[in-house]
Design a binder for this molecule. Structure first.
Ligand code: SF4
Length: 196
């Protein structure tokens, strides 16, 4: 199994990812599952994410992350590929405190890489605040119409339509990381994005 995934066209070649299965690992809202005319609004439940090969690989990564070799193998893989930017969970989320603590260890051992992620796991607020306090890791709370106010003491990533969004102070995701110069890995601003 290839542990790390190369970023897609939108993210450009300087990004690598680690994805887990959605639904099983996050805490989806009705919007995630049915918010797009009765179909999933979450992009991790649509398009390429529905390919059998992608589902199987995410499941394999989930199993691997539970084992004793996870931290060492990830650190080795990241040090080999040397990504400047790393995204945990384009799909999926922190499924336990133990897993979040492993991610802390990985980021601490890869100080040259900037990491970011979004989360819906309010039950893991304390450990995710700890992760967010690392100098090379930004964790944002993911907001939608059913979870429209932040509660985790983290910066947020929100749908553009939410009242909490202030276009004067919050950052509008360009959906093109190269053009944006990877801003949301570098600064811990609140950000918002268009629904597509
Ligand atoms: S804010 Fe910029 S860097 Fe972050 S996902 Fe959007 S386009 Fe990419």
């Amino acid at each position: 199994m290839e542990l790390l995934i190369k970023g897609n066209v939108k993210m450009g070649p300087r990004v690598f990812l680690y994805n887990l299965p959605p639904k099983k690992t996050c805490t989806p809202t009705h919007w995630c599952l049915k918010g797009r005319n009765g179909k999933p609004a979450c992009y991790a439940l649509r398009n390429n994410f529905n390919l059998q090969s992608v589902i199987k690989a995410a499941q394999a990564r989930l199993e691997f992350s539970k084992g004793p070799e996870f931290v060492g193998s990830m650190v080795q893989a990241i040090q080999r590929k040397k990504p400047e930017f790393f995204r945990f969970h384009s799909s999926g989320d922190f499924y336990s405190e133990e897993y979040a603590r492993k991610v802390i260890q990985i980021a601490q051992q890869c100080p040259e890489t900037l990491f970011r992620t979004t989360t819906r796991r309010r039950d893991l607020t304390n450990v995710l605040q700890e992760l967010n306090s690392l100098p090379n890791f930004i964790v944002r709370e993911s907001l939608d119409s059913e979870r429209s106010e932040p509660e985790m003491g983290l910066p947020f990533a929100a749908l553009a339509s939410l009242k909490i969004v202030n276009p004067d102070t919050d950052y509008h995701c360009l959906d093109d990381c190269v053009k944006c110069n990877y801003s949301c890995w570098k600064e811990d601003f609140n950000m918002y994005f268009n629904e597509f």
